[in-house]
Ligand binder design. Structure first.
Ligand SMILES: Cc1cccc(C)c1-c1noc(C(C)C)c1COc1ccc(-c2ccc3cc(C(=O)O)ncc3c2)cc1
Length: 228
């Protein structure tokens, strides 16, 4: 049974998740009509940079996050940024954007210098997230659970992160039972997506290396968060 304080926690996180989105004027740039690989890469770089800024703001609203050791806060953000962006961009695909971003985002990702070996697992992931039909509370909590992963590189006080993550996992588990009563294994399926995210995060490191090989430039914020 979801307790009163768990409901309050879920509301804080879901409101923050909905409040911190890529500004529409930035997202609208996806609809521009240049589709060269260079243009696509530049647009995706702009999206990712804006998404990281939004992610940092969202993370500040996770109850307990700002009480963690400051260096651990940075380590959690660096370690989870790619995974959080996969989850956020997955929502664009599964939400069937009215603004038509779905098709153009897919087109630009497919034609931005990412090799086919990464494109396939990436779009399989997007499809598997879409099939879950997550409600927004589940999306917000799943992103929060991903950010609060204790075993990211350089995290010193893993216990403190684990305590926070367990609190969020408990709310998410109860929410899944409430939202998907006909599917008792739904929560386990959600956690399975987190495993898939780790794999994608390793692919992403190779994607970055191959872009850099072809002399692609990133923004200072992305260089900092991805150590490129
Ligand atoms: C290619 C890739 C795939 C997955 C994750 C990453 C980090 C990368 C990835 N890896 O590198 C890059 C750049 C640097 C080339 C990327 C590109 O990342 C992103 C990140 C976020 C979005 C994004 C997020 C929310 C949106 C909301 C709306 C709307 O509400 O209408 N519309 C458009 C939106 C676009 C797009 C690309």
């Amino acid at each position: 049974e979801i307790t009163k304080e768990q409901q309050a926690l879920m509301k804080i996180i879901t409101d923050a998740y909905n409040r911190h989105q890529i500004p529409q004027d930035v997202a609208k740039k996806l609809l521009q009509d240049q589709y060269s690989a260079e243009e696509n890469f530049l647009l995706l770089t702009e999206m990712a940079t804006s998404q990281v800024q939004v992610l940092v703001e969202f993370t500040k609203n996770i109850p307990g996050f700002l009480s963690l050791d400051r260096e651990d806060q940075i380590a959690l953000l660096k370690g989870s940024a790619v995974e959080a962006m996969f989850l956020r961009s997955a929502q664009v695909f599964s939400r069937k954007m009215p603004s038509g971003h779905t098709e153009v985002l897919e087109e630009r990702i497919r034609k931005s210098g990412i090799s086919e070996e990464f494109i396939t697992p990436m779009f399989n992931f997007y499809k598997s997230i879409g099939e879950l039909h997550m409600v927004q509370e589940e999306q917000a909590l799943l992103t929060t659970v991903t950010i609060l992963t204790p075993d990211r590189p350089y995290v010193k006080d893993q216990q403190a992160v684990e305590r926070l993550q367990e609190t969020m996992l408990d709310v998410l588990r109860k929410l899944c039972v409430l939202q998907h009563p006909q599917e008792p294994q739904y929560f386990a399926r959600l956690l399975g997506r987190l495993t898939e995210l780790r794999t994608l995060s390793h692919y992403h490191t190779e994607m970055l290396a191959s872009w850099r090989m072809n002399d692609h430039k990133f923004t200072p914020l992305l260089c900092e968060i991805w150590d490129v």
